[in-house]
Design a binder for this molecule. Structure first.
Ligand code: FO1
Length: 315
């Protein structure tokens, strides 16, 4: 099986790991959300790309879901002592990646080349790709003004009331050759939209010219997995945002959000009773990934559902 997945950070990375470690998958490409990226303390921080990379390399901090395990914090302590910006925690091990990325970008290498080489250096055999080499930055529109994404999410703890989003730079950004080749690969079997926040993790990718067309026109099934279970977000502020945006906080709303892009939608067993309200074919299973086994099982369920959609569309 050859799979192309779109992912945000923590929740998406869990399914990406399940796919990566699935015996059914021979080849995996993951496209990471660029909207959370920002410049901070002189570094280009790419939280979702890095979370997917650390997760697949098995070096992620499993308590937080982001950053490195067995991290030390001397750099942050120095920033604090100097009265610098210490609201965004960059660990010493994580800093090794950031220093390397800074050096490589400064010498003219692309974000894609840096990401592929870094993943390779960690022994990852999947292709982990930024959605674009150009910056795409989510701006969160709130009742009290516009906020850069990490300022909203980490510094303000996602507390301000959200009224909308802007994906700055998206219209000027380009789908990379590596991403385009992954979509056009004649051996591709399935496209998966991971259980990530549709508004802030998947929409920034879809805002880049070409993505919607490639996904809507794909000759392979496109399956999304709901990040909303029983009206609540499995992780993060998805449900809070939906409420503030005036959208019903249910998995059905997520399926509607992806209308025209997906052929099938995976929901949790807890939502099986509302499956009939979902406009595309749906499948209920356990989507709560608390162990490697449950991640691999969800990957298997998603693949088998995707394959069943393909054969039913051929009939
Ligand atoms: N999330 C936090 O809640 N607080 C942090 O201090 C923080 C630091 C951080 C450093 C590197 C990195 O790759 C991710 C980091 N994250 C932090 C996570 C990240 O900002 C968000 O989880 C994602 O952007 C949401 O997907």
């Amino acid at each position: 099986m050859k799979i192309l997945a779109l992912s945000g950070g923590i929740g998406g990375a869990k399914l990406a790991l399940g796919l990566y470690r699935s015996s059914m998958v021979d080849s995996l490409t993951v496209i990471a959300n660029p909207g959370d990226d920002f410049q901070h303390l002189g570094f280009t921080i790419c939280p979702d790309l890095d979370t997917v990379t650390y997760t697949l390399a098995d070096v992620v901090n499993e308590q937080t879901g982001w950053g490195r395990k067995d991290e030390t914090w001397e750099y942050m302590e120095a920033i604090k002592r100097e009265g610098g910006e210490d609201w965004f925690a960059l660990g010493d091990k994580d800093l090794e990646l950031h220093a390397m990325r800074k050096r490589r970008l400064a010498q003219g290498d692309s974000l894609t080349a840096v990401a592929l080489d870094f993943a390779h250096s960690l022994g990852i055999t999947a292709s982990l790709l930024p959605a674009s080499n150009e910056p795409v930055r989510t701006v969160v529109k709130t009742a009290t003004g516009d906020l850069e994404f990490q300022h909203y999410f980490v510094r303000e703890r996602a507390e301000p009331v959200v009224t909308g989003f802007e994906f700055k730079g998206a219209e000027m950004a380009q789908m990379t050759r590596e991403v385009s080749n992954a979509f056009d690969d004649p051996d591709l079997d399935l496209i998966v939209i991971c259980p990530s926040n549709p508004y802030i993790s998947i929409d920034p990718i879809l805002a880049i010219p070409g993505y919607r067309t490639k996904i809507a026109g794909a000759s392979v099934p496109v399956v999304a997995v709901s990040p909303v279970v029983g009206g609540k977000a499995v992780k993060g502020p998805t449900a809070k945002m939906m409420f503030e945006l005036g959208v019903e906080t249910s998995c059905a709303s997520v399926a509607t959000h992806y209308a025209g892009l997906i052929d099938g939608f995976v929901i949790d067993d807890a939502d099986a009773h509302i499956a009939r309200t979902i406009e595309v074919p749906s499948m209920a299973c356990n989507t709560i990934m608390t162990s490697l086994r449950s991640k691999q099982q969800l990957a298997r369920d998603v693949i088998e559902f995707g394959v069943s959609l393909e054969s039913s569309s051929l009939n």
